[in-house]
Design a protein around this ligand. Structure first.
Ligand SMILES: [Zn+2]
Ligand SMILES: [Zn+2]
Length: 170
């Protein structure tokens, strides 16, 4: 959705974006789109610029960094962004130069691109090492078996519960 920032009143604008599918582009083996994202935004004027505040919730399939299984990640975060629109206003002679200096990619020609805003916010909220669960056992370094499914044949001696019982008896 594109919001024409020049039309935002001094009181600002409240935007409730219902849950919708969001294209999050190609991943490097960390996530698999599309995501589903909903958000509540408030866009307020700050001089000639804008402040975007609010919260978003997103769901996205990630690949576990240990066992490589796909799992659903739920992101929930608040954001608080300063949006220097004055510098990106079109028709200014130094437009291209100013745009190069800014890394605000969700404002194009005075319009707020909410899809792009949510895409960036969601991807920034992803964990550095995604885990399907905190105690994921990962893959066996020797045979590659998923150790969440139970011990493989090359499991080190001592983890076999039958041996644990034996140890207690000794
Ligand atoms: Zn895992
Ligand atoms: Zn193994």
């Amino acid at each position: 959705m594109f919001i024409d920032l020049s039309r935002i009143s001094p009181e600002g604008l409240d935007l409730a974006l219902p849950e919708a599918e969001l294209d999050v582009g190609a991943s490097d083996g960390t996530w698999e789109g599309p995501a589903r994202v909903s958000a509540d935004l408030h866009v307020a004027r700050s001089g000639h610029d804008f402040l975007i505040t609010g919260t978003f919730t997103g769901r996205l399939n990630l690949l576990c960094g240990r066992c490589l299984e796909r799992f659903q990640f739920r992101a929930e975060d608040a954001f608080n962004l300063f949006c220097p629109v004055a510098a990106t206003a079109p028709a200014a002679e130094e437009h291209e130069l100013a745009e190069d200096d800014l890394d605000v990619t969700y404002v194009e020609e005075g319009k707020l691109n909410t899809d792009q805003l949510l895409r960036e916010s969601l991807l920034l909220s992803l964990p550095v090492q995604p885990l399907c669960r905190d105690d994921c056992r990962g893959l066996c370094p020797r045979c590659g078996a998923d150790q969440n499914q139970g011990p493989c044949d090359c499991a080190p001696v001592g983890t076999d519960p039958r041996l644990q019982v034996l140890k207690k008896l000794l």
